[in-house]
Design a protein around this ligand. Sequence first.
Ligand code: ATP
Ligand code: MG
Length: 309
Amino acid sequence: MPPKASKKDGEPAERPILGRFSSHLKIGIVGLPNVGKSTFFNIVTKLSIPAENFPFCTIEPNEARVHVPDERFDYLCQLFKPKSEVAAYLEINDIAGLVRGASAGEGLGNAFLSHIRAVDGIFHVLRAFEDTEITHIDDTVDPVRDLETITQELRLKDIEFVQAKIDDLEKAMKRSNDKQLKIDHELCQRIMTHLQDGKDLRLGEWKAAEIEILNTFQLLTAKPVVYLVNMSEKDYLRKKNKFLPKIHAWVKEHGGETIIPFSCAFEQKLVDMPEDEAAGKYRQEGKTYVVQDGDIIFFKFNVSGGGKK
Ligand SMILES: Nc1ncnc2c1ncn2[C@@H]1O[C@H](COP(=O)(O)OP(=O)(O)OP(=O)(O)O)[C@@H](O)[C@H]1O
Ligand SMILES: [Mg+2]
C-alpha cells in the first residue's frame, strides 16, 4: 500500500511517492551520453568500468551495490549489540545515454527503456561543466535543454505504453462488462491527458486506489528523481555555476525535486587519494549543497560516499 498524502493544519500536502516499496531499492543513472554517468558510478561504487570521452561508451547497464552509511544505524548497533548487523544498501545501475528521438529508436534505441523500467528511482545526471575536449552530443553545454530532451523522451515512451494499454482495454471492454476494465480505462485516459499536457506522472494528483493501479504499470515518468549537477572542480569549490540558477528554476517549475551539485572531476581526485588525505581534503573543501524547495542546505560528505547533514 503506498503512503497516503497527509495534510496537517497549514502545511502543504505531501506528494505521495509512486512506485514499488521494497527493502531492495534500485536506482538508475540516467542522462545524455558523455555527461559523467559512468564516472559518477565508478566514484560511488569504487569500481572502474569504462568512462571514456565518447558518446555511448556505456551500452549494457552496469550494476553494483553500495553501502548506505547511516550514523543512526551505527548508534543502534552500538546500543543493542545485535548478533548480526545488516546495513542498508542501494543497488545502482549505470544506464546507457539517451538522446533526442531515443523513444523512437535513435541512438542506442529502445533497449534503455527496460533498464529504466526496472529501477525504483532515477539519478538524472546533468552536464554543467564546460570543456571543449569533452564532446556534447548536441554540441553545446545547455543543461536545461538536456532536461527537456530527457524528460520528453521518457514521457513519449509512457505515452506509447499507455496508448497500447488503452487499446487492449477497449478490446477487452467489447468482450466483457467487468467494472474494473472501465475504471482502468478511465484512469489510463486521465494519465494520457496528463502526459500529453507535458507533465510527468509523479507530479499528478492521484487517489490511493489510482496509485495502486499506476504502480502496476511501472511508468518511467512516475519514478522519483534526484538531479545530479556535474560541474567543474573550480565551480564546485567556489559554489558557483552559471547554469545552476536556470536548472533550479526549471526543477522548481517541474516538481521541485532535490538537486545535488557535485563534481566528477573533484570526486575522482579524492577517490584516487589515500583515505586520510581525502578525509582532510573533504573537511577543508568537500562541502556540497542541496537545493530543495528553493532552500540551499549545506552538508558534508564523508569519505565512504554517503552524505550527512
Ligand atoms: N566534471 C567533469 N569535468 C570534466 N570532465 C568530466 C567531468 N565529468 C565527467 N567528465 C569526463 O567526461 C567524459 C565522459 O564521462 P562518462 O564516460 O562518465 O560519461 P557517460 O555519461 O557515462 O557517457 P555514455 O552515456 O556515453 O556512457 C569522461 O572523459 C569523463 O572523464
Ligand atoms: Mg557511460
